[in-house]
Ligand binder design. Sequence first.
Ligand code: VAH
Length: 320
Amino acid sequence: MEKILIIGSAGQIGSEFTLLLREIYGGDNVIAGIRKTRPSEKIANTGPVEVVDALNVEELVDTIKKYNVDIIINMAAILSATGEKNPNLAWNVNMNGLINVLEIAREFKMKQVLVPSSIAVFGPSTPVDNTPQETILKPTTMYGITKVSGELLGDYYVQKYGLDVRGLRYPGIISHETLPGGGTTDYAVAIYYEAVKNKKYTCFVNEDTRLPMMYMPDCLKATIDLMQADFSKLKHHCDFNVGAMSFSAKELADSVKKYIPEFEMTYQPDERQAIADSWPNSVDDTPAREQWGWKPDYDLDAMTQDMLKAIREKHEKGLI
Ligand code: VAH
């Protein structure tokens, strides 16, 4: 059975993907790599946890040898908004961490490396609607620059060394288990928590801001489907567009109001507005659908119902 190390296992996607991987591959075969943030109870109690910083080669190699790791999933990244406050940190974590992972995977002849990308690879000169798979990639954020570079680096390791490296361009990911940190799309998560707790939310982008978004169950489905896809059928590797839905901040607020009629949304755009404005409204994910059968399950209304149900339960238990 494969031995999988997931770096960034305490993060928004990493925390839920670790649990899914453990259901599929067995708890003991999925090592949760964390840095400072303590893992959830569920992760701590269902398999091994190790302190692994992608910038610390020794830590990485020790963990790989200890568990005979043959697949690495690198979910650790400094996201767009935090990256604009500390561009050098974003470059260091997102790029030097990645090259360490790729070099070690090459040296240890690993089975696969999964490195997420993002719609942040696109910029103001990219076609904004139904953004094609192959298009202009001139991002205006350091995070976006690291994601374009990461895609190119991953593809290089595929072509030059025959390493199986895969990645997909996540849209904004919405979930109710682990809060996101430092992203421009974080408003699309905060709105649900604030609607349940306070019946109001001041959004940091304007009401017309439209972005590609995806509910976490679809994010996990896309990630595991790509991971398990037949490599020989992939014409792309580290840069798959994946779409699910696209909505404006106002449409999101209206979706919440359907279930919390007294909810009020106000808008106070901050520095994250410029980042959101540089990203597309929607993406064309035909290659993902053709090459590995991608198909989302959730639309905005189904997501809103599921998010509000889960967050209300947390609120009633006094967890938020
Ligand atoms: C961010 N959530 O906002 C991330 C994501 C497409 C956005 O990459 O930075």
